[in-house]
Write a protein that binds this ligand. Structure first.
Ligand SMILES: [Zn+2]
Length: 305
């Protein structure tokens, strides 16, 4: 082979590799991959909150999409074409900011089927999920140049839906052959927020999102699940404002124990918890004896029956 054709072959190989990266997680079974294990801070060395659920080597569900999660999505080998739905826990920027970047990116991957986007209802402080999507992509939206993904004239439509969850009751959002999605309204200060449960291929995962546990309902949604992804945004001792938004390690331990979950992953890690991992862990251990892992970006967890 001549030098020139070798170079061309190498260029093709590099281009091909970057376009269709193999998943870092396994090619078979169900996997949780953490795309963003951080919060809204700029100096935590982490992408903001985001998770992908893989099944048989395909990225089926995306939970939140905070800032920096799209490059992680790319690194994970996931394709926007494979997503069956996006689940939002709430609409703070560290959980939603890369949604527009994903929608734009899907143009270049040729996605051509509708994309459900489920999230919370609104209140005076926050828009509902449908209003949020409309204000981003609608005819008067900030990204109105992408409005064909809403009005039906594009290759696919975003199907935004507000998940109504009565106090303390679980809402069944989707029950399909492939998976079941359930949500429950949780307390995150004045911000409408929901926790998600995903039942997929005989396995089950729960995502707390940001919450204080003031309503004490998550344990019910998480009962007997294979994995609880709990947001560990504060240490045990913190100020009242942070405590009204987030749950301390003791609450995480109590929820995990009461729900009898098989495993706990601690994510949404923030600088105020850094260096206090062993303290947090020992507090959780007072209540919950099972496996507990601190999450990092791009980490994979196989979910077993
Ligand atoms: Zn957050």
């Amino acid at each position: 082979m001549c030098f020139k054709s070798t170079i061309i072959s190498l260029m093709f190989l590099i281009a091909h590799t970057s376009l269709s990266a193999a998943p870092i997680c396994g090619q078979s079974g169900v996997w949780l991959q953490v795309l963003g294990s951080g919060g809204p801070e700029v100096d935590d060395g982490r992408a903001s909150s985001s998770y992908v659920i893989w099944q048989e080597g395909r990225a089926r569900l995306l939970i939140d999409m905070g800032g920096g999660s799209l490059p992680r999505f790319e690194q994970s080998g996931a394709s926007p074409n494979d997503l069956d739905a996006i689940l939002l826990t709430h609409l703070h920027v560290d959980h939603t900011n890369d949604l527009p970047t994903l929608i734009k990116a899907s143009f270049f991957t040729g996605r051509d089927r509708d994309l459900p986007i489920y999230g919370p209802t609104g209140n005076q402080r926050m828009p509902s999920t449908t209003e949020f999507v409309q204000r981003l992509f609608g005819a008067d939206g900030a990204f109105r140049y992408l409005q064909d993904y809403l009005d039906g004239t594009g290759r696919y439509r975003m199907l935004a839906e507000d998940v109504v969850s009565e106090d303390g009751k679980t809402t069944l959002v989707m029950d399909k052959e492939k998976f079941k999605l359930s949500a429950i309204s949780v307390h995150h200060g004045p911000i409408p927020a929901i926790a998600w449960r995903v039942d997929i291929a005989d396995t089950s995962l729960v995502f707390s999102g940001d919450m204080s546990n003031n309503r004490d309902v998550l344990w019910r949604l998480a009962a007997q699940t294979d994995m609880l992804v709990a947001h560990h945004a504060i240490p045990e001792q913190t100020n009242p404002v942070a405590r009204s938004l987030h749950m301390p390690p003791s609450e995480i331990g109590k929820i995990a124990a009461k729900a009898k979950v098989k495993r706990v992953v601690l994510s949404h890690r923030m600088r105020r918890t850094f260096g206090k991992e062993s303290e947090s862990l020992s507090i959780i251990r007072k209540h919950y004896p099972g496996p507990v892992v601190f999450a990092d970006d791009l980490q994979c967890f196989e979910i077993k029956k």
